[in-house]
Design a protein around this ligand. Structure first.
Ligand SMILES: [Zn+2]
Length: 377
């Protein structure tokens, strides 16, 4: 009987359900395989991370395959059972498609090069080994509040004491800011903004507004350790608050931008000049800033539920200003917000993203960030 040959063998292996999702980000549709990982199938984005990590890849469709190579492919499930056997539940996997490069790259390096997820003892930089709670301290470069300079600041994270705090000078008694862990959000900015590739945005409620700190570390691994350490502390704090295993699994520990872009907007009278604003949608709020990396947003718009809130393309009927770009209107019980995107595609993406949020029910955690926090600037 004739054998099907290595080409059809690798293709049928790639089509198995466990191999048709990327071994790293779980995106559906795999195009590339690597023997250096033990035999995993991955998407294009994760294949780039493989190659940067020195792991060779082969195209499933375009490259020549030898029978011995196909036989050596263990597949995504077998490799994960081995190399992710102690992957902490809170550790952030890369997401399909767009995600901060540093998250994808460090996941690949941690899994295959450092083999961090095989042994909890290798996770001490972001994971507690036993009871008593996790703590971490060290210097991070922090952007100054009123300038684009960065200076080292001493940061401390304590699961037991429930805080992330930082000090301006070593040995100082009083922390500059002390943030309860359940109120802190960390986002790896990646290429979303101009700046250091390792930039992490730390957000927390301050009074009726949301404060942002911007920090980085020169070592990719260390900033990702901090990022996952914050997630780990949140995870264990939630675990203590009697959430069931199922609720814990569904918990979003940290939030990323759903969409971000420069948009123009007018003021509440809709006669004010168009002003360019750096905007992002995070969780259930649109934040708009005069510039990148400011400590406080110019405004925050809470997205509640329909029918009080809605979004549509175009300006309101009585809109008096000369339209620029591609306009959409966000209606809230307080006022209409008129935004303008540079391209029609960007306009459509914002409407789609806002619609998705409005279609979902706010969770109790969403209300941590108050729904009253919007201003009319
Ligand atoms: Zn992937």
């Amino acid at each position: 009987m004739a054998t099907a040959g290595p080409i059809s063998a690798i293709r049928s292996l790639a089509e198995r359900p466990e191999n048709s999702r990327c071994a790293e980000c779980l995106a559906s549709g795999t195009t590339v395989a690597s023997l250096d990982t033990g035999g995993t199938f991955a998407c294009n984005a994760c294949a780039i991370a493989y190659r940067k990590a020195g792991l060779r890849t082969k195209s499933i469709e375009r490259d020549r395959w030898q029978e011995a190579e196909v036989a050596a492919m263990q597949g995504n499930l077998a490799v994960a059972q081995q190399l992710e056997r102690n992957l902490p539940a809170f550790y952030r996997r890369p997401l399909p498609h767009a995600d901060a490069d540093v998250i994808r790259q460090q996941f690949v390096l941690a899994k295959y090069k450092r083999k961090e997820f095989t042994d909890p003892a290798m996770q001490v930089a972001y994971h507690r080994l036993c009871g008593g709670g996790f703590s971490k301290e060290g210097a991070l470069m922090k952007r100054l509040k009123d300038s684009d300079k960065y200076l080292p600041r001493h940061f401390e994270l304590s699961e037991k004491n429930n805080y992330l705090r930082y000090f301006v000078k070593d040995g100082q008694r009083e922390a500059k800011n002390t943030i309860p862990i359940d109120q802190v959000n960390v986002t790896m900015l990646g290429s979303a903004v101009d700046g250091h590739p390792n930039l992490m945005q730390i957000m927390f409620p301050q009074g009726s507004r949301t404060r942002s700190l911007y920090v980085y570390h020169d070592e990719d691994q260390e900033i990702i350790n901090w990022y996952n350490a914050v997630r780990g502390c949140k995870y264990y704090r939630y675990q203590m608050s009697l959430l069931s295993a199922d609720e814990l699994r569904q918990l979003t520990l940290t939030y990323d931008f759903i969409i971000c872009d420069w948009l123009c907007k007018t003021g509440p009278n809709q006669t004010e000049a168009w002003k360019r604003r750096w905007c992002f949608l995070l969780r259930r709020s649109i934040f708009y800033f005069t510039n990148f990396m400011e400590p406080l947003a110019k405004g925050e718009i809470w997205l509640g539920e329909r029918p009080g809130f809605s979004v549509e393309s175009g300006a309101p009927a009585n809109f008096k200003k000369k339209p620029v770009g591609h306009i959409f209107t966000l209606r809230t019980p307080d006022r209409d917000y008129v935004f303008s995107a540079e391209t029609q595609d960007a306009c459509r993406r914002w409407i789609y993203a806002i619609d998705e949020v409005l279609d979902s029910q706010p969770t109790p955690q969403d209300f941590l960030y108050s729904k009253t926090r919007s201003n009319s600037a």
